[in-house]
Design a protein. Structure first.
Length: 134
């Protein structure tokens, strides 16, 4: 007999919300804001490509990157860095959805290394906050 594993509701809902947020219109507008067009590539027949490529500036290091090297970050974190794990699943999901589905003014473009460093720093604060509560 195959035993069915019960999914963690909070984890499942937050992952679905993250997926849904990729199509959130303010997110798309934030990504388009401040980009600059790159020169068009030349096709083999000598005509310019119809494909337009853009690059985006990292808010932290101020270098320019292609779109695949840029991530949108929430300036106000989705999960408060001082969150100690004390909310019910329903309250957490509500706050998570509200933070995730924000407007353009709460997004910033960061290159992958800068975004990773910021996320790691926030995660470390959360871990230390949870340890101090216990």
């Amino acid at each position: 007999m195959i035993k069915k594993q019960t999914p963690n509701r909070k984890s499942w809902v937050t992952s679905q919300l993250r997926r849904l947020s990729m199509k959130w219109p303010p997110r798309g507008r934030a990504m388009k804001e401040g980009r600059r067009e790159l020169p068009r590539k030349i096709n083999k027949d000598g005509t310019p490509s119809k494909m337009i490529n853009y690059e985006h500036q990292c808010k932290h290091c101020e270098k320019w990157f292609r779109a695949k090297e840029i991530e949108l970050d929430h300036t106000i974190p989705i999960v408060d860095v001082k969150y100690d794990g004390s909310l019910s699943d329903e309250d957490f999901i509500g706050r998570f959805a509200t933070g995730l589905l924000c407007y353009e003014d709460n997004f910033q473009k960061l290159c992958i290394p800068c975004h990773t460093a910021k996320t790691d720093q926030e995660r470390e604060i959360r871990i230390n906050t949870k340890k101090s509560v216990k």
